[in-house]
Design a protein around this ligand. Sequence first.
Ligand code: NAP
Length: 468
Amino acid sequence: MPRVAVVGSGPSGVYTAQALVQQSSVPGVLVDVLDRLPAPYGLVRYGVAPDHEKIKSLQNTLRSVLEHERVRFLGNVEIGAEGLTPEQLLRLYHAVVYCVGAARDRRLGIPGEELAGSHSATDFVSWYSAHPDAVPGGFGLGTRSVVVIGVGNVAVDVARVLARGAEDFRPTDVPHPALGALAGSAVRDVHMVGRRGPSQAKFTTKELRELGALPSAEVRVEPADLALDPAYAPAPADRTGSGPPTPAARPPAAVNRRNVDVVRGWAGAPDQSRARRIHLRFFLRPVELLGTDDGRVTAVRFERTAPDGQGGVRGTGAYEDIEAGLVLRAVGYRGVPIAGLPFDEATGTVPHRAGRVLRDGAASPGEYVAGWIKRGPTGVIGTNRSCAKETVSSLLADAPALGARRIDGDPLDALRAAGHHPVEWPGWLAIEDAEAALGAELGRRSVKIPDWEGLLAAARGERGPSGT
Ligand code: NAP
């Protein structure tokens, strides 16, 4: 009976496990889904915003896979420098699929990035998602003005959370300290800033539209920012002259056209005097974070940009400072190397061919990747399903050769013997119960436990710190 380890229990890991057990070509395959954290679901639990309940409900689908009779969840097991090496893991399993995502935020590389009050959006998301490695002390929201750098879906998430009323989060599983900080928030202006134009922004239209539907906030767009966008060039039929369209006038992709239409609808809209404002800004690239003498951020300096006709932008030499007591960089994620596994620094991914890990250009028997660590941090959750299927097809094609290797005993015994204390499925169910009990205590629905100690105590069936 072939044994496969899937490292990571986020969508890519769970879709990989699902594809493995659904295949009939390798009967009886046993899958252990390992995770560094005691809780499963990766970014669905620790990344999807708490007010996106429909996406959160995907946990029910993932749960049914982890409860499959031939799948086993083993949380609290670290792979890499601080834990089991890939070499050790491959001795315990016929095959290992790494689905570890892209855990680190990308940096801007500009002066002032280290000032107090400057954070990655990932830190902010981890805080309101109760990730046990979130920054200690959390986020005080005592500032009026926040700058969010980047115009992708993460930027939209953090802007929406900042602009939304705390009452909207009370029915969610947001940790209690974060709920308190949101309730006491002084934030009035959230500036979400892109270095290119709206037709080149990375957010999806559905997520963008949500910003305009918040009862507590209004979206402001400066018509002058939009006028620069290549998508605002007159349509060919309207242009005078008969030459070919310039590259700048090339029509944008369909999805971006929809974004442009939404943004255009907001430009110049009348002031609605709502409690908060989301300022959508474009053609501004960050050059420096400005701060006080004692190292607190006060503003972001941007250089105005203009389209270069090739889809990029060039600097104009004109600058604009936007006040900010909190700066969140939402400029994308990046994969983190696993000690003992090859890593391409340029792309932040593990080199692979159709999911087979490549060592010195050759497929390494029994080692595979799926998800963001395979293809980079792009796409929506569903993208991981086809990505996992491709990897599993490669694995199944290799299975006859891999399965010939004899593996004695249950890897769980070996993990325990090596000093690991895996949290198994009943342990996770105990965490869920403890979170429901915490919610009941606070007069809320289930509330997440935000710390390692509390999660592990709950997994053991003990009452940990209350999480408040
Ligand atoms: P992203 O989609 O890659 O967006 C990154 C943004 O940062 C872009 O606007 C990019 O601009 C900008 N940027 C990059 N480097 C910059 C720099 N040095 N200075 C200024 N701006 C810079 O990344 P993301 O928002 O982190 O999202 C990651 C993935 O998760 C995406 O696939 C996203 O769709 C997904 N996600 C989905 C949801 C959802 O479906 N609700 C929620 C969250 C995340 P350029 O385009 O000019 O490089």
